[in-house]
Design a protein around this ligand. Structure first.
Ligand code: GDP
Length: 464
């Protein structure tokens, strides 16, 4: 009898799951940005704050939410976003930053919400599901590969490596005969050398580096679809290294890039793109210009009119709200946040106007998903400096630091004529490896943040 009852309850459980799927509204929120932009911290803090809602005054739907709770996600084959581990890293006795995003993952947060306004008395409490999809921005950059042949891609990839001084790869490439029959160890060696060159270029401030999976392979590491590299155009006899490289490039497009866009990207309703604008600024004008160019490329995905293959995957579905958030704003005194936002707006201006045109609402903001500092004013050689104070990871000690000042006009940074002329954030910015502040979480209070509630308002409030 016990077993039968079990089976019956399971049956009922399955049934309700099915019913839930069909009738409850679901919102799919994509969270992306290049490596270390802050995706993991953003999702962890957003979810913790949505569950608690104590520190979300700017999130108007918060007052109508009766409960928010985690549920099994709908997609059985996508890894779950490891919320619990990340939260415990941030909130442990000795808080540390969690491991960042390496691949796509997903988390379902469900809300019980009271309806707004006049109808509130008439309609009952509704359930709304929020499916958060975390994925590397590097994978979005692969969009640019789809319309290119192997030769076109190779030419561009090689030109970029040259401009970023990746001479090791050139030496490796020159040592092989691309018309000779494929020899797998040679193909692997080239792919490894090319991957190493991409990493070097990225560390120097390059953003648009493809294929994205070479930087973040996910579970495809070592597979043939990731064992190719660019070669200059030339003869490609059947069975030759060059012919096989071109074939694998096509396999990468059809079996890696396209399925990612179909299975994950094409199903999103809302998107937040996180940008470590301060980090790019610190690396210099060229890195900032790279970030601007990469954003313009990424944003093509949100006005897919020109891309037939993507249009056919999307069907009628579109991302209708797109947020660009400059992260880690807690490195700056709030007096400079408006400048950071203006710079972020300027960085995505081209891309933005196109997305706006295609019907998506866009917004730029400066946020800190997890505030690790407090603000102070300190006198230094007779002037008052707006500093931020926090505990440094390197020393474990508290330090009050002044990061330097952003220009009030973003065109001072983005104007190509002035590039190279200025160094921004030349204060203590390099020393700022703040540890996450030990959180004093009282009941009903989420982790401290800067404008995370505003971000939630823009991305979610109208659908709850
Ligand atoms: P991901 O690679 O995009 O998932 O990036 P993470 O979320 O792992 O963040 C990368 C690093 O940026 C973290 O390890 C922190 O050092 C830093 N970081 C992220 N968010 C914040 C924030 O809100 N404030 C501060 N001070 N640092 C942050």
């Amino acid at each position: 009898i016990g077993r039968m009852a079990d089976a019956v309850t399971r049956g009922v459980g399955d049934l309700t799951a099915g019913v839930t799927e069909v009738f409850d509204p679901t919102l799919r929120l994509g969270v992306t940005g290049l490596s270390r932009a802050g995706k993991t911290v953003f999702i962890t803090s957003l979810v913790a704050n949505l569950i608690d809602r104590g520190r979300m005054p700017g999130f108007t739907a918060g007052s109508r939410i009766e409960t928010a709770f985690l549920q099994p996600q709908p997609d059985d084959t996508v890894p779950r976003f490891d919320y619990e581990s990340h939260l415990s890293a941030l909130t442990s006795r000795d808080p540390h930053w969690p491991e960042g995003t390496r691949a796509v993952s997903e988390l379902r947060l469900s809300f019980k919400v009271r309806p707004a306004g006049l109808l509130s008395g008439l309609r009952g409490v509704r359930t709304v599901h929020l499916d958060i999809v975390d994925y590397p921005g590097e994978w979005l950059l692969d969009l640019g590969l789809m319309e290119k042949t192997y030769d076109e891609w190779s030419e561009r990839a090689l030109a970029r490596l040259t401009s970023w001084n990746a001479s090791d790869y050139e030496a490796a490439m020159q040592a092989v005969d691309a018309t000779a029959p494929l020899d797998e160890p040679i193909a692997q060696k080239l792919a490894r050398s090319y991957t190493a060159a991409l990493h070097l270029a990225r560390d120097a401030g390059a953003y648009d580096l493809t294929p994205g999976r070479f930087l973040l392979p996910g579970d495809l590491e070592g597979s043939p679809a990731l064992t190719f590299a660019p070669l200059p155009p030339g003869e490609a006899p059947r069975g030759s290294l060059r012919r096989e490289m071109a074939r694998r490039f096509e396999a990468y497009k059809s079996q890696v890039v396209r399925p990612f866009f179909r299975d994950h990207f094409a199903r999103l309703d809302r998107q937040v793109v996180l940008l470590d604008v301060l980090g790019a600024l610190r690396r210099g004008p060229r890195a900032v210009e790279e970030m601007r160019a990469a954003m313009a490329d990424i944003l093509t995905a949100f006005r897919p009119g020109t891309l037939g293959w993507l249009m056919s995957l999307l069907g009628a579905r579109r991302v209708d709200r797109l947020l660009f958030a400059a992260t880690k704003a807690d490195h700056l005194h709030h007096g400079q946040h408006a400048r950071l936002t203006a710079l972020t707006e300027a960085l995505v201006r081209d891309a933005r106007s196109r997305a706006d045109f295609a019907g998506a609402r866009t917004r730029a903001m400066s946020i800190a998903a997890l505030r690790a500092t407090v603000e102070e004013t300190r006198e230094h050689q007779g002037v008052d400096l707006p500093v931020v104070r926090g505990r440094l990871l390197s020393t474990g000690r508290e330090a009050a630091l002044y990061p330097g000042e952003l220009p009030d006009d973003p065109s001072h940074i983005l104007n190509p004529a002035r590039q190279g002329a200025d160094a921004w954030l030349d204060g203590d910015y390099d020393l700022m490896d703040f540890a996450p502040a030990p959180l004093t979480l009282r009941p009903g209070e989420g982790p401290p943040h800067i404008r995370l509630d505003r971000a939630a308002e823009f991305l979610l409030a109208d659908r709850l």
